[in-house]
Design a binder for this molecule. Structure first.
Ligand code: ADP
Ligand code: MG
Length: 449
């Protein structure tokens, strides 16, 4: 039987994804998603909030695309995630008023619960942005409008944006917090579905608009235009607007100069990379939040690695705790050094660290050494462990088949594909293997607390 609708295809895809990711992973990220639209190789998945959209986009996109390609037998599929897609899927033809749309949106939008003001460590690098964000959260529309926050990757812009959204939510302000990319996607799909009036109605009636990574709309003429009008009507109505970007307004090449000048109307606040002391305090607070008992000398050591941004800093901390679990020992200085030894300090990337984490975790689970997986042994047990490692590297990293083959005993890409297929089949018929895989995945992606 041919599967047709996006909803049906996604239903089957979820079934496949469920066996490929750990249960906690599935529950947290995939369970509440729906297939929304499938057209010309573009598959739109509806997700309950921006946090999930970002996570899936960043971490599961390739796995999802592979699964969809396999199911639909299409040569290529590009997946995108849309928050509260149900709003767009108005094939039932009912007309909704903006009030219900926005309250439905706020009710089901869960901002990242960890992104609150209380968890935000303030230092010289971010003091102005923090104070301004708090100020407007307390007095929206009254102090600076818009508030424009800019800074490099992983320095806390989204954190501050969600923190404002949390406060707005507690004050029953109907805030819309959205990335510029999602705004664009919504706009494009509203145009396509001839629902542009609904779209404008929804945004122009928002009690507050928090828009993340605005540079994304740069050069997209119609989206810019639509945003310009949204901006004006909200601004005229004294509704608070907060904008974040990786660059100052002047550096955004907007087609419409009027929009750029409006970004400068209120307050422009930058966030700089953290200094050593702030890094140290952030580490301590993250360790406390994650209930990790970690010695002060280890924190000093991690801070001395001078991470480029706070996301990377969290990555270091996660890695050390993952290693501690892996080796069943407390996160000592020795272990911390080991955990980050193979991450070349300058060329540190998530992938590199995930790669070795995957191989270490699999080896540990089979009571082997990582070298066993990388070597040429071909006994049953080693081959199985290697298959799991290949499968996980495929799933968790952006490594190509050739890279995976090179990492694990110099296999060619086609043997990696075959190994992954074979492992998927084994997984379906072997419950204990499924559990073993889930345990390894927990080490690689510790569940969120
Ligand atoms: P950006 O949006 O600027 O790329 P995020 O807001 O996503 O960065 O921040 C990346 C990570 O770093 C998040 O987990 C966030 O909680 C954390 N973070 C950033 N700045 C701080 C800070 N000052 N205090 C505590 N955590 C922070
Ligand atoms: Mg961000």
């Amino acid at each position: 039987m041919e599967i047709r609708s996006a909803r049906e295809i996604w239903g089957v895809a979820l079934g496949e994804l469920q066996v490929q990711v750990s249960r906690s992973n599935y529950r947290t990220w995939l369970e509440k998603t729906e297939g929304l639209e499938y057209q010309n190789g573009c598959f739109i998945v509806s997700v309950p909030n921006t946090f999930i959209a970002e996570y899936l986009d960043r971490n599961q996109r390739s796995l999802i695309e592979k699964t969809l390609i396999h199911l639909t037998a299409s040569p290529e599929i590009q997946v995108s995630f849309q928050v509260n897609g149900r709003y767009h899927n108005s094939s039932n033809g009912h007309k909704s008023d903006p009030g219900t749309l926005i309250s439905a949106l706020s009710a089901s939008t869960q901002y990242n619960p960890k992104y609150i003001f209380d968890n935000f460590i303030v230092g010289d690098c971010n003091r102005l942005a923090y104070a301004a964000a708090q100020g407007i959260a307390m007095n929206p529309g009254k102090i600076y409008n818009p508030l424009y926050i800019y800074g490099g990757f992983g320095l806390g812009k989204t954190h501050l944006l969600h923190a404002i959204a949390h406060v707005a939510q507690s004050k029953h302000i109907q805030a819309i917090c959205i990335s510029a990319e999602q705004f664009t996607n919504e706009f494009v799909s509203a145009v396509r579905q001839k629902k542009i009036d609904d779209f404008h109605l929804k945004y122009r009636h928002a009690g507050m608009l928090l828009i993340d990574d605005i540079h994304f709309i740069s050069g997209k003429k119609q989206t810019e235009e639509s945003f310009f009008h949204t901006f004006n009507s909200l601004h005229n109505a004294n509704r608070q607007i907060v904008i974040t970007s990786d660059r100052p307004p002047k550096a955004i090449t907007l087609l419409d100069k009027r929009l750029r000048s409006r970004f400068e109307w209120g307050l422009v606040a930058d966030i700089q990379p953290p200094d050593r002391q702030t890094i140290r305090t952030i580490l301590q607070s993250k360790a406390l939040q994650k209930e990790i008992d970690i010695a002060s000398e280890v924190l000093d050591f991690l801070a001395s690695q001078v991470p480029q941004n706070i996301r990377e800093l969290e990555g270091l901390l996660n890695r050390v705790t993952a290693f501690a679990k892996l080796f069943n020992s407390p996160p000592s200085l020795n272990l911390a050094e080991k955990a980050i030894a193979d991450i070349g300090s300058r060329e540190r990337t998530f992938d590199l660290s995930t790669q070795s984490l995957v191989i270490n975790a699999v080896a540990h689970s089979f009571d082997m050494k990582p070298e066993d997986l990388k070597g040429s042994k071909r006994d049953k047990e080693t081959s199985l462990a290697r298959r799991i490692a290949m499968y996980l590297l495929r799933q968790e990293t952006a490594c190509s088949l050739a890279q995976i083959g090179a990492l694990l005993g110099n296999r060619d890409p086609s043997s990696v594909t075959n190994a992954c297929k074979k492992f998927s089949a084994e997984l379906n018929s072997n419950k204990s293997l499924k559990h073993q895989l889930a345990d390894i995945q927990k080490i690689i992606n510790p569940p969120l607390k």
